[in-house]
Ligand binder design. Structure first.
Ligand SMILES: NC(=O)N[C@H]1NC(=O)NC1=O
Length: 181
């Protein structure tokens, strides 16, 4: 998806064949090209927000096990994949905007500890739209959400997945996602 970061019009999108669509939109939801494959079959789309709604609706319609599966496709913030250099291009950019590429040693250890407590409690990684955040907010939100009830936390985390997806789509279409996140 990252090599297609030029503005696109909807006519072009609606005429994409399956393979092209999945290549371009396959990482709107992190490492979930299957979702793009399902969304493609619902074309045509009226505009990029309509496309975003289709991605969201697909996630909403999944059973809880599928929703948790989607969350597990996200890398821990400033976790193993960052250190291994295996983040997707989109995720790496999001890390960078939130200032998570250069944590000090103590901050890194603290985040790893909180991420692991979160994962142990909920069974999926802590997910937050890093581009709308900064380091302090990441820590604060992680500490706060760690104590939320499971059903609420699942909803919150899926809301963050949708925000990340909207921002990625807005990039692809060269538009400002502005409000309504
Ligand atoms: N765990 C998590 O939130 N990961 C992510 N957040 C984000 O904005 N990009 C990601 O990969």
């Amino acid at each position: 998806m990252s090599r297609c970061l030029q503005a696109m019009d909807m006519g072009k999108v609606n005429s994409m064949d399956f393979r092209e669509f999945v290549e371009v939109f396959g990482n709107v939801i992190e490492r979930c090209p299957l979702i793009a494959a399902a969304v493609w079959s619902q074309s045509p789309f009226s505009d990029w927000e309509d496309l975003a709604r289709h991605f969201s609706a697909f996630i909403d319609a999944l059973p809880q096990s599928g929703q948790e599966g989607v969350l597990r496709c996200y890398p821990d913030l400033a976790g193993h994949e960052l250190h291994q250099g295996t983040l997707t291009a989109e995720s790496q950019r999001e890390h960078s905007v939130a200032g998570l590429m250069s944590l000090g040693a103590n901050e890194g250890l603290r985040l790893a500890e909180l991420n692991s407590q979160y994962r142990a409690r909920f069974g999926f990684p802590f997910v937050l739209a890093a581009r709308l955040s900064d380091r302090e907010t990441v820590f604060r939100e992680l500490e706060r959400r760690l104590h939320c009830p499971s059903a609420l936390e699942l909803r919150t985390a899926l809301g963050e997945v949708k925000k990340i997806g909207r921002l990625r789509l807005a990039d692809l279409f060269g538009v400002d996602p502005a409000a309504r996140l």
